[in-house]
Design a protein around this ligand. Structure first.
Ligand code: PPS
Length: 284
């Protein structure tokens, strides 16, 4: 019951300009710059977290920069006119990124997160979003999510795209990140991202970026520090004027939402779908 755009069997956000096919074609041919950075993820997997870290590392300043420009939702003219170095985000898959990225230009930070926490985060985000046409129970949402009938399709398909890219793509312009690993050792991941972006900083700056990107610090200060225009945007997004992007930031919150029966059903689907992969997610 949420307004969406459908293309090739997959649902996309209604805020994509024009029709999805045309936007994807425009993106395919978009001019990419050597110093572009793309944060790629399935929704609710830590896009804004990685964006914030990458933004501090790209600018050398430990200040927050609000929300990223999404490739999916913006006119190409606007993206073309952003100053360098551009930091762009997307919930599209790797093969839907501009052709020049797939030919090795720019850098991609690809983040994934365990599907149970994504489901909870996604549902709560949807209910808080200022979207009067969305009224979904958790039970119904989880069923649709398990069947892949979601904006940006199935978590499993997005994960398989991540795995397939990892196995087959020969370029060295992708860094694969895992939300749960970042929670476990943020400094190590910040250091890894800095090295990947070829930014050389002393340890104290990397520690400062790490401190500024813990959930606790971000949730407390991000609203105070981002530009008023970004705050307006966030207020429009959320019914209760709280930032729905920064909610709990934990591994394992799904346990507070899945019933025992829902968990058993989801585990069965997970085991069946994931039986041929080596990747095991940390769920707690
Ligand atoms: S979106 O709307 O799809 O772009 O959302 P996205 O940014 O991908 O994901 C939102 C979830 O990421 C959590 N988050 C964090 N976790 C840990 N540390 C930090 N610093 C952090 N920043 C954002 C955010 O809280 C959302 O997860 P939930 O589980 O809802 O809290």
């Amino acid at each position: 019951c949420l307004k969406t755009k459908k293309y090739k069997g997959k649902y996309y956000a209604s805020i994509i300009p024009g029709n999805v096919k045309d936007q994807l074609e425009r993106l395919e041919n978009m001019e990419v710059r050597d110093d572009d950075t793309f944060v790629l993820s399935y929704p609710k997997s830590g896009t804004h977290w990685v964006f914030t870290i990458a933004s501090m590392l790209r600018t050398g300043k430990s200040s927050y920069s609000g929300s990223p420009h999404f490739l999916d939702y913006n006119e190409i003219d606007l993206l073309d006119n952003l100053p360098s170095p551009r930091l762009l985000a997307s919930h599209l898959t790797f093969d839907q990124l501009p052709r020049q990225v797939r030919e090795g230009k720019g850098k991609v930070l690809l983040i994934t997160r365990n599907p149970k926490d994504v489901a909870v985060s996604y549902h709560i985000f949807m209910t808080k979003l200022n979207a009067p046409d969305y009224k979904g129970s958790w039970e119904g949402f989880l069923r649709f999510y398990s069947e892949g009938r979601m904006l940006y399709g199935s978590w499993f398909d997005a994960f398989f795209d991540w795995e397939n890219t990892k196995a087959t793509y020969k370029g060295d312009n992708i860094l694969y990140l895992i939300y749960e690993d970042m929670k476990q050792d943020l400094l190590a991941n910040v250091t890894k991202i800095a090295a990947f972006l070829c930014e050389t900083y002393d340890k104290s700056f990397l520690e400062e970026v790490t401190d500024r990107s813990t959930f606790k610090t971000m949730v407390k200060t991000v609203m105070e520090e981002i530009k008023p225009s970004d705050q307006d945007y966030i207020h429009q997004m959320s019914d209760d004027k709280k930032l729905p992007i920064y909610r709990k930031g934990e591994v394992g919150d799904w346990k507070n939402h899945f019933t025992v029966a829902q968990n058993e059903i989801f585990d069965k689907i997970y085991q069946e779908k994931m039986k041929n992969t080596n990747c095991t997610f940390r769920f707690e």
